[in-house]
Design a binder for this molecule. Structure first.
Ligand code: TXA
Ligand code: MG
Length: 340
């Protein structure tokens, strides 16, 4: 059973010392970041990193992000940073931003699934920053969830599935953003978005001339496809109940969903607050993209409680933060998607 540290309202960095010592000893710690919770281990210790894969039931070829607290740590783990990569680092570190860089040999193969690149992120969340700093090592951390399930954005959502697998749970309250970091890789001086997040293509365009949104961000991945990020291949964010994503630029969403509701017995509708009044069983997911982003993983975990035959989820515009929301929702619905 894990030890619990409450940092919800305030804390002093010495409160994290014991958890940092567990990281140094090779054990796992669940901790908050500004995006989602992470399940972390010493990123330079192969055995410790292996235990993350076991705890999550994660495929070995799906690489982990190394979390750093300062640029000195960055120098230890990556090499040959280009001018454009350096500009991106200077602009978006610390923050909800991961960049794929060439790794140095100090980074164990188990972290990167034997790739010669490594994803690096410097979280802006103070608890995450202090934990990494006190540990003195980069922390390898995937999102805190059993593989395939929605990522954890509140301790109460994930403690059941992970408390037996970690030494410490650090509770920092609900995470600010609610969706994982934007993952990018620079190829031929173009910035490729491999996973959309809070840092959008418009944000990136302030630093570079060309941004390419990888075709798998919204498109389905087929078994023969070559992917730039192994994580794209795997099942993600899925409730156990069957889900359908419906998006319409105009008001057709309401009539379409009412039609499905009348045909099927037990339907739950996850929709924007102002649309709940149109449906029999509706769950509000927020109004703004920021609210929806913050709530969505908790809601995806909640829908299974209703034993519904079908969950219909209202899609959002694919602009800005909306692209990140749609990327997660399309996967949660296993590409079961209607655009009207
Ligand atoms: O916000 C976040 O990024 C959270 C918090 C905890 O920092 N972490 C997170 O980690 O979402 P994870 O492991 O759930 O997702 C990392 C994604 C995966 O899709 C993985 O395939 C990709 O990043 N990735 C990691 N290293 C990579 C590499 N060297 N090349 C390509 N993709 C990589
Ligand atoms: Mg994940």
């Amino acid at each position: 059973m894990a030890q619990y540290i409450n940092c919800y309202n305030n804390y002093e960095s010495k409160d994290l010392m014991e958890a940092a010592l567990e990281i140094r000893k090779g054990n796992l710690v669940l901790f908050p970041t500004e995006t989602v919770y992470g399940i972390g281990a010493n990123g330079l210790d192969s055995e410790a990193v292996k235990s993350i894969f076991t705890a999550k039931g994660r495929k070995q070829d799906n690489p982990l992000i190394l979390h750093i607290s300062d640029k000195m740590m960055l120098k230890k783990i990556v090499r040959d940073i280009t001018l454009l990569e350096q500009k991106l680092i200077d602009k978006f570190f610390p923050g909800p931003f991961t960049i794929i860089l060439k790794k140095k040999s100090i980074v164990p193969d188990v972290v990167t699934g034997a790739l010669d690149t490594v994803g690096v992120r410097m979280p802006s969340n103070k608890i995450a920053h202090d934990l990494i700093k006190l540990s003195g090592v980069p922390i390898a951390a995937p999102s805190a969830n059993i593989s395939g399930r929605p990522s954890g954005t509140r301790v109460e959502d994930i403690s059941n599935e992970l408390e037996d697998k970690v030494s410490y749970i650090i509770d920092g309250g609900p995470t600010d953003i609610g969706l994982e970091s934007t993952v990018v890789r620079v190829i031929n001086n173009e910035v490729h978005i491999l996973r959309p997040g809070k840092i959008t293509s418009n944000d990136l365009l302030k630093i570079c001339d060309k941004v390419v949104i990888d075709s798998h961000v919204l498109g389905e991945v087929h078994s023969t496809d070559k992917v730039l990020s192994p994580g794209m291949k795997y099942k993600h964010y899925s409730p156990n109940t069957k889900c359908l994503l419906v998006y319409s630029r105009d008001n057709k969403f309401i009539s379409k969903v009412s039609e499905i509701e009348n045909d099927q017995k037990n339907v739950i509708v996850l929709c924007k607050n102002h649309n709940t009044r149109f449906f029999k069983n509706a769950i509000p997911m927020g109004e703004s993209l920021e609210e929806i982003s913050k709530n969505i993983f908790t809601l995806l975990r909640k829908v299974d409680r209703y034993n519904a035959d079908l969950v219909i989820i209202e899609g959002v515009s694919k602009q800005g933060l909306g692209l990140a929301i749609m990327n997660r929702l399309i996967r949660a619905c296993a590409y079961n998607y209607i655009e009207l």
